[in-house]
Write a protein that binds this ligand. Structure first.
Ligand code: KG4
Ligand code: ZN
Length: 338
């Protein structure tokens, strides 16, 4: 059946809306990023996030419809992220979506944000099943064995911090700004991705991730170099050159960790035909390149989403909504968040 989907995503610090046509594909993918509001805090402040969503959501939804050149009347199904995320932020998107669906008599589907990420590389690529998906974002780092649209098993996750969180926390430690990932990558490039300090790679045999030890290792290495004072928790007068070296070593270390986990997964699941790398951290060109080389060496295809579908966006939520709508997996208006 032909469906015209409107999707909303407000799980964290992006107010996003997208329109997807089951015949024509993605018609719009609009977002307002709150990064500027949270920057000075070095991370997302939940209370500020929900307030910004409620201010912006109407404008973003209107903009998604206008860009797609469709009217709300024409929309057949509304998709909305209902979990996981910041409760106050999720409530804004879900209440808005429910109000529209209830008042205008539209079908509605509650979507898992992580399912959105997991299928985000499928928006523009025809990926053979079964494939391995590595999701790496600011809040999550997991690997999935994906057998079909909506049919997937989590094969590993992180014991503590997410990969993006490691980039963000270490960037904060070095007083580099937020979000940390792109800043670390840029500084690492200025040092040609040399591995100066050889930070620990963690348990090489495990499928699971762990990044909190890495943060501690960087911290103690800085202390050893006289660049950080533990009692007062302050960065001392540290040279830009040292910050670049830390960034470069960190970038290489995190890429190595991903490479090792992918190799482990391909060994445990030899039937995998392809690998996708998604989420905010998948914007990282260095990690993309390393994984592409490694995966292609094993004779498999490697996929990444367009950067607009890597960081949080409503396009990926619209895409999941479309295949759930085609399978008649609609929600009713009583669904809860989380
Ligand atoms: O997917 P996303 O927008 O939000 C979550 O669902 O968490 O991911 C945001 C994360 C941040 O931690 C940010 O530092 C990281 O993605 N990120 C990157 C890069 N661009 C964004 N990490 C490494 N390299 C990048 N180029
Ligand atoms: Zn996300």
């Amino acid at each position: 059946m032909h469906e015209l989907i409107l999707a909303l995503e407000t799980s964290c610090d992006e107010t996003a809306a997208a329109v997807f046509d089951t015949q024509k594909g993605m018609l719009s993918n609009v977002l307002y990023s709150q990064i500027e509001l949270h920057k000075s805090f070095g991370g997302v402040v939940p209370e500020i996030a929900s307030r910004a969503h409620i201010e912006k959501i109407n404008e973003i939804v209107s903009s998604a419809l206008t860009t797609a050149n469709v009217t709300l009347d024409q929309i057949t199904t509304i998709g909305v992220t209902s979990k996981p995320g910041l409760p106050g932020s999720l409530l804004v998107g879900c209440s808005f979506a429910k109000a529209m669906a209830g008042a205008l008599n539209k079908k509605i589907i509650a979507i898992d944000h992580l399912e959105g990420h997991a299928f985000s590389a499928n928006i523009e690529h025809n990926i053979p099943f079964p494939f391995l998906c590595i999701t790496a974002s600011g809040g999550h780092t997991s690997m999935y064995l994906i057998k079909d649209f909506g049919d997937y098993t989590t094969i590993s996750t992180t014991a503590d911090d997410a990969a993006g969180e490691a980039f963000d926390k270490i960037a904060k430690l070095l007083e580099l700004g937020y979000p940390g990932g792109p800043i670390i990558e840029k500084r690492a490039a200025s040092k040609n991705f040399q591995d100066f300090f050889k930070y620990p790679r963690g348990d090489k045999k495990s499928l699971n991730f762990s990044f909190s030890g890495l943060k501690t290792a960087v911290l103690y290495d800085l202390v050893k170099r006289g660049a950080y004072d533990l009692p007062s928790k302050t960065l001392l007068n540290t040279s830009e050159a040292l910050k670049d070296q830390v960034a470069s070593s960190l970038q290489v270390c995190i890429a190595d960790i991903f490479a090792q986990k992918v190799l482990n997964a391909l060994q445990v699941y030899p039937e995998l035909k392809a690998v996708s790398f998604v989420g905010g951290v998948a914007c990282n060109k260095y990690i993309r390149a390393q994984l592409k080389t490694l995966v292609e060496k094993t004779g498999r295809q490697f996929f990444v989403p367009h950067p607009q579908y890597c960081t949080d966006n409503a396009g990926m939520i619209a895409f999941v909504t479309h295949y759930k709508a085609q399978r008649n997996q609609f929600s009713d208006l009583t669904f809860d968040i989380l």
